[in-house]
Each structure stands twice: as structure tokens, then as C-alpha cells.
Design a protein around this ligand. Structure first.
Ligand code: NAP
Ligand code: GDD
Length: 326
């Protein structure tokens, strides 16, 4: 039975990836941070087969200990401070976790792997946020990176460190440059979930409006459940590499709002949307759209869930949750 260690197991992608790997017959282990992490119960209830290890990406000795405890064949580094807006308020923390945390994990894996650094395969969760002020449309693996947030800068550091460990030590280290991917498990701070929850509550008469920032920003939104499969496929290749994972379609935040209200049959969505400058960012990423042809060609990966289906899935799940008082 192959064994995998996932950092960020309590997050959206960690949960989907753990489910996917269990389905593939893996023995799945996860890194859990904090002395009393409130999400431990969620993981234990949803995925009782998963073994949890204490550790923090900012503490390399805890990573080495976790690796010794589970001795994995594959490591998926998904842990990060991942909310872009928060990264301006906590730039140093974001740098430590999202940037330097990658170096800590790579070094811990290298030390653990000993004489054969390629014996432990490594996945790094890179991001389309690295393209920032985009220098090419659509963005591909070779597009010049121009990050626009402390989060984006930290991800660029982690991305190049992953490539450097591959080139310096022959590690089987791959980076997935994933474009935005969403689901009913998306954190409430991200715009899609904020919208799907608000629309569900407005539909049920529990709320009147939602307050947002920039409606013009455009994102290439896919379904998280599809994207974790691409992570796994990268680690099944003979040679490690970097891949863009995206749908190739872009939609504005306004279009997401329109689609969510239309799904519950509300016309005149403008009545229910207010603007607050608080949700604007010091520097915005205006438009992201990815070219995933390398992943199509080399991994045989393609997204299955489209934009309209994704919006409907998120709104319907939130309606059910609010109805049942969850
Ligand atoms: P998420 O839901 O915000 O999950 C982040 C995870 O990182 C959580 O499990 C969190 O644990 C963990 N974490 C935070 N600080 C940590 C630390 N100091 N040590 C160890 N773990 C720590 O993010 P996601 O959407 O699943 O994304 C997964 C990864 O993909 C992230 O690296 C993100 O930056 C990247 N990414 C995401 C997208 C996307 O659209 N979702 C796109 C591109 C790249 P707690 O629960 O304890 O806070
Ligand atoms: N969060 C949020 N809240 N965003 C808003 C709001 C609001 O009220 N109003 C407008 N937006 C706009 C943001 O300005 C941004 O342009 C867009 O909605 C998407 O914001 P988020 O959902 O917070 O995601 P993100 O694109 O900044 O970052 C996500 O995707 C990256 C990949 O491109 C995160 O998952 C990152 O971790 C990930 O790397």
C-alpha cells in the first residue's frame, strides 16, 4: 500500500486529496498544526482512516519527526497561509509559512530520503497568483511571473525552491501551478463561497444583501475535486516537472454573482449586492486564464466540472446546509 503525507490536510484541497488517495488504496497521513486544532474533529469524522501527525511548516524539526513517523513515498505540500487579502496584513507570517515553509519541507524530505533523494516524491502547491500582473494571455508554464501580493511573492519563492531542489539534488519534486478551484468546502473568506453562502441565505429569506469589493476581477475557476487528481498524476510520472492546471475559461466576479442569483431564480441581483472599499486590495490581479495543454497532453488530465455546474453545486450545498441548520 503506497503511503502519502499531506500538509494542509484540514484545508479544502487536503480533504479532497485525502479522499482521492484513500480511493486509490493509499495509506494517508496528514500534518496537523496547533495545540488544539479545531479542525481535527472534522478530519477524524470525515476521514477516520487518516493518521494525523503534529507539525508546523515553520518548524523544520517537527516536519522531520512527522516524516520519520510515517515514512511516506509521496509528500503533498498543500499547507499555506492561502488568503491573498490577509497576506498584506501579515506579510511576514505569510512569507514564513507559504514561502519558507516550502524550503523547510523540501529540506526535511531531502534529509529523510538520505542517499536517494528521488525516493520520496514531492508535490508543491504553486499558484496562478504568481502570474499577478499577467505578462501573457493565457498563462502557461513559461509565462514570466509577476506576483502582486505578499502571498504571490511567497509562492514564487516556494515554486523556484522546488525547481532548485529538483535540479540541485535530483529530487522528484513537481509544482502544480493551479488556477482558482472551488467547492462547497471552500473557506468562507474566498469570494465564491462568500457569494454562494449569501445567495443561499437570501434565497431562504435569512439575509438581504451581500457586500463585496471588485466585481470586475476575472478568474479561471474550476472544481477542487478535479484538481487534486492532477496533483496525484504529477507524482506518477517518471520525471518530475511543472504543470499549469486550469479550465481555460475566465469569468468575472460579477458573472459568478449573476449565475448564483440566477440559479435560485432571483432577478435583479443588483438590489442584493453592496460595495465596500474594505474588500478592495492594494494591488489587484485583474484577469487570470490558464493554458493547461501540457497537463492535458502529458498527464491526460482534463477538468470535468464546468462553471455553471460549480456555481450550482456550491449554492445548492449551502441552501441544504442552512435549511438543516448545519
Ligand atoms: P486552505 O483551505 O486555506 O488550506 C490551507 C491549509 O494550510 C490548512 O490545512 C491550514 O491548516 C494549513 N496551514 C496553515 N498554516 C500552516 C502552518 N504553519 N503549518 C502547517 N499547515 C498550515 O487552502 P486550499 O484552498 O486547500 O489550498 C491548498 C494549497 O493550494 C495552498 O497552499 C494554497 O495556497 C494553494 N493553492 C490554492 C488554490 C485554490 O484556488 N484553492 C489555487 C492555487 C494554489 P489550519 O486548518 O490549521 O489552518
Ligand atoms: N475574498 C474576496 N472577498 N474577494 C473579493 C471580494 C470579497 O468580498 N469582492 C471581490 N473580490 C475579488 C478579489 O479582489 C479577487 O480579485 C477575486 O475576487 C478572487 O478573490 P479570492 O476568492 O479571495 O481568491 P484569490 O484569487 O485572491 O486567491 C485564490 O486563488 C489563488 C489562485 O489564483 C486563493 O485560493 C489563493 O490561495 C490561490 O493561490
Amino acid at each position: 500500500m503506497p503511503r502519502a503525507l499531506i500538509t494542509g490536510i484540514t484545508g479544502q484541497d487536503g480533504l479532497y486529496l485525502a479522499e482521492f488517495l484513500l480511493g486509490q488504496g493509499y495509506d494517508v497521513h496528514g500534518l496537523l498544526r496547533g495545540q488544539n486544532n479545531p479542525k481535527r474533529d472534522l478530519v477524524e469524522e470525515l476521514l477516520p482512516e487518516v493518521t494525523l501527525h503534529n507539525g508546523d511548516l515553520t518548524d523544520m524539526s517537527s516536519l522531520i519527526r512527522a516524516l520519520r513517523e510515517c515514512d511516506p513515498a509521496e509528500v503533498y505540500n498543500l499547507g499555506a497561509v492561502s488568503f491573498v487579502a490577509y497576506s498584506w496584513e501579515n506579510a511576514a507570517l505569510t512569507t514564513d509559512v507559504t514561502g519558507k515553509g516550502v524550503l523547510n519541507m523540501l529540506e526535511a524530505v531531502r534529509l529523510h530520503a538520505g542517499d536517494d533523494p528521488s525516493s520520496v516524491r514531492f508535490y508543491q502547491a504553486s499558484s496562478s497568483e504568481m502570474f499577478g500582473k499577467v505578462q501573457e494571455v493565457p498563462q502557461r508554464e513559461t509565462t514570466l511571473l509577476w506576483p502582486r501580493s505578499p502571498y504571490g511573492v511567497a509562492k514564487v519563492f516556494g515554486h523556484y525552491m522546488t525547481i532548485n531542489y529538483r535540479e540541485s539534488y535530483g529530487m522528484h519534486a513537481s509544482s502544480g501551478i493551479l488556477f482558482n478551484h472551488e467547492s462547497p468546502r471552500r473557506g468562507q473568506e474566498f469570494v465564491t463561497r462568500k457569494i454562494s453562502q449569501a445567495v443561499a441565505r437570501i434565497h431562504l429569506g435569512l439575509q438581504d444583501h451581500v457586500t463585496l469589493g471588485n466585481l470586475d476581477a476575472e478568474r479561471d475557476w474550476g472544481f477542487a475535486g478535479d484538481y487534486v487528481e492532477a496533483m496525484w498524476l504529477m507524482l506518477q510520472q517518471d520525471v518530475a516537472d511543472d504543470y499549469v492546471v486550469a479550465t481555460g475559461e475566465t469569468h468575472s466576479v460579477r458573472e459568478f454573482v449573476q449565475a448564483a442569483f440566477a440559479h435560485v431564480g432571483i432577478d435583479g441581483w443588483e438590489r442584493h449586492v453592496r460595495y465596500d472599499e474594505r474588500f478592495m486590495r492594494p494591488a489587484e490581479v485583474d484577469q487570470l486564464v490558464g493554458d493547461a495543454s501540457k497537463a492535458h497532453r502529458q498527464l491526460g488530465w482534463k477538468p470535468k466540472v464546468g462553471f455553471a455546474e460549480l456555481v450550482a453545486m456550491m449554492v445548492d450545498t449551502d441552501i441544504d446546509a442552512f435549511r438543516t441548520g448545519w
